[in-house]
Design a protein around this ligand. Structure first.
Ligand code: COA
Ligand code: MG
Length: 290
């Protein structure tokens, strides 16, 4: 595992060809910035976007935000050049699209041989063929840079020919399978984008659904989505207070060596102590971001 368990509540995409968006990104409160070379960039703008993304990362100014560059697939005419440029860019991560098999991860790993050891490999989960082999793809994290997945629900809808409604019913099985496979192999996992960037009520419901399903955060397309997203994926005051109570209770001398105790009228086991410690650690990191 090369990625620390850090907050990734909000991950904002922007076309790397959009200089204004990149400039704004340096001050926006998103935990992750994704400079896109793929779907958001037209074929004739690919080379310029690649150069702009690398220049933006080299110029820095992103503070505590993690910065990723989304490459075109290795099966496209731009993919190999993208990975070579990103490997030398100093970005925190390269995000690769349409990963469909363990072999795809291994091919990207090979293309990143010259990148610094700290550079992470992130993968888009957005094809029909990957859904049946999520466990095998996740297992490659053991000996590759793979550390995070992002759901690509728009592409999945296109391939499945399913309808992307507000409830996202056709996609819920794939979301659950992806979360389970990611967790089984220590991979962080972010939910897909909500295209409704003008209706923040719709957005908030979808973000809450992502939280319910276990995602660490959500990928975003517009700055207006950042604040509600951070709010949904931050531990609440009540959750924090409960976590502190569990940690304090297990630390009492009379509870030493116990596996299950009573805290505020409810059972707390050592697994709840682990959850409480993780929640407090994430909250402390979030506090350090602002
Ligand atoms: N990142 C950073 N800044 C963004 C942004 C983004 N994703 N989307 C919009 N902005 C900025 C605009 O530059 C504008 O800034 P300004 O008014 O200070 O100059 C401001 O936010 C308001 O933008 P707005 O007019 O509301 O949006 P729009 O209609 O111009 O653009 C989209 C709408 C969807 C085209 C645009 O938000 C976008 O390109 N999103 C990302 C798409 C993407 O990367 N897709 C790939 C992954 S799915
Ligand atoms: Mg896609």
């Amino acid at each position: 595992m090369i990625a620390p368990d850090r907050p990734r509540r909000s991950a904002l995409y922007m076309p790397a060809s959009n200089a204004r968006a990149i400039e704004k990104a340096r001050t926006l409160p998103a935990d992750v910035i994704i400079l896109d070379l793929e779907d958001a960039v037209a074929p004739e703008a690919k080379a310029d976007a690649r150069a702009a993304a690398v220049a933006a990362v080299k110029a820095g100014g992103f503070g505590t935000r993690e910065v990723a560059i989304r490459a075109n697939g290795l099966d496209t005419e731009w993919g190999a050049d993208d990975l070579a440029a990103i490997a030398a860019s100093g970005a925190d991560a390269v995000l690769v699209p349409k990963v469909s098999s363990p072999a795809d991860i291994e091919a990207c790993e090979g293309a990143l041989r010259s990148a610094p050891a700290s550079m992470q490999l992130w993968a888009m989960i957005e094809t029909c063929s990957v859904v049946g082999q999520l466990g095998a793809v996740a297992a490659t994290a053991r000996n590759t840079r793979l550390s995070l997945w992002i759901m690509g629900v728009n592409d999945l809808a296109k391939e499945m020919r399913a309808k992307l409604t507000a409830e996202r019913t056709p996609f819920l099985p794939a979301l659950t399978l992806a979360v389970c496979a990611a967790r089984a192999h220590g991979i962080a996992v972010l939910d897909g984008v909500c295209n409704e960037f003008r209706d923040l009520d719709v957005f908030r419901k979808e973000a809450e659904q992502g939280l319910l399903y276990g995602f660490d955060g959500k990928s975003l397309i517009h700055p207006d989505q950042i604040a509600p997203c951070n709010e949904v994926f931050s531990p609440s005051e009540a959750e924090l207070a409960q976590a502190c109570a569990i940690i304090a209770a297990f630390a009492l001398p009379e509870n030493a060596g116990k596996g299950a105790i009573r805290v505020d009228g409810k059972m707390a086991e050592l697994l709840h102590l682990d959850q409480a410690k993780r929640l407090v650690a994430i909250s402390e990191q979030i506090a350090g971001f602002s």
